[in-house]
Design a protein around this ligand. Structure first.
Ligand code: PXL
Length: 275
């Protein structure tokens, strides 16, 4: 019989290299949920397991670099991935092994979400981690998706005022000069709007949506970069991909905005429910 896979409409395959959030809001759980909603097939290579809930992160258990390499060697030669996202990594040895495997397998569509600060905006890792992101991972990325605080950490710069969109545009350009091919700087503000700044090396684009008054934004950044990743896997152009992902994330925040699932910050939720 002919190769059935040619005639069957298979989903795009996407890989997240990320941490597990036991609270189910962020990390690989947010990525896989986003991909299921968008009809993609998600692979997951686990970098770390966190013990956390809606209030706090209690513990982080890192996987060994060898075991992360084993996971990548297991999935990439077999399934392959049309696009890859990196999330929580947190250790220099893990950054190095991931960078080397990404080069070995030659994936072009890599979205790097530089998870560097906690939700209070405090840096989570030592300076060496920042530096490894810049020298080892950023050159491999097709897109990086830092928020305002992560941008300041990556550039070793002062924290910008999120309302100063001109300054954010400058910082996006500085990240490009530092080696990022494309930059989506998340979390700018303008009056009642949230503004993400997208810089492709030529033009600054603004992506806008109305600010939603809620504390339930845990996982918003993961959802956004996972949504960009799947659009790229489907062959969308990057400017279309970031636009679709911005709208998708706005809707995901809207969906969970009124919830009270735990005592603290609630999740965003991209699925449409009929109950
Ligand atoms: O939202 C960033 C993020 C990514 N990955 C893991 C996390 C978080 C934030 O809580 O816990 C595992």
């Amino acid at each position: 019989m002919d190769d059935m896979s040619k005639s069957v409409n298979v989903p795009p395959k996407v890989l997240t290299i990320a941490g597990s959030d036991s609270g189910g809001a962020a990390g690989l759980q947010a990525d896989l949920r986003t991909w299921a909603v968008l009809g993609a097939y998600g692979l997951s290579v686990v970098t770390a397991v966190t013990a956390q809930n809606s209030v706090s992160v209690e513990r982080v258990q890192y996987m060994s670099p060898e075991f992360v390499a084993d996971q990548l060697d297991a999935v990439l030669p077999d399934y392959g991935a049309a696009a890859i996202k990196t999330g929580f990594i947190g250790q220099t040895e893990l950054i190095l092994v991931i960078a080397s495997k990404l080069q070995q397998y030659g994936c072009q569509k890599i979205v790097v979400d530089p998870v560097l600060v906690n939700h209070r905006g405090q840096p989570m890792f030592a300076e060496a981690v920042r530096w490894h992101y810049v020298v080892a991972l950023m050159p491999l990325a097709y897109l990086i998706t830092p928020n305002v605080m992560e941008t300041a950490v990556l550039l070793n710069a002062g924290v910008p005022d999120p309302y100063d969109l001109l300054r954010l545009a400058q910082l996006a350009q500085e990240l490009h000069r530092l080696g990022a091919k494309n930059v989506l700087l998340k979390g700018g503000r303008d009056r009642e709007d949230v503004v993400d700044i997208f810089y492709d090396g030529r033009t600054i684009h603004e992506l806008r949506s109305p600010y939603i008054e809620t504390e339930n934004t845990h996982g918003a950044g993961d959802t956004l970069s996972a949504a960009v990743c799947v659009a790229l896997a489907r062959g969308e152009k990057l400017d279309t991909a970031v636009y679709l992902a911005h709208q998708f994330t706005h809707q995901a925040i809207q969906n969970g905005a009124q919830w009270r699932l735990g005592a603290g910050h609630g999740p965003v939720f991209p699925a449409i429910r009929d109950t």
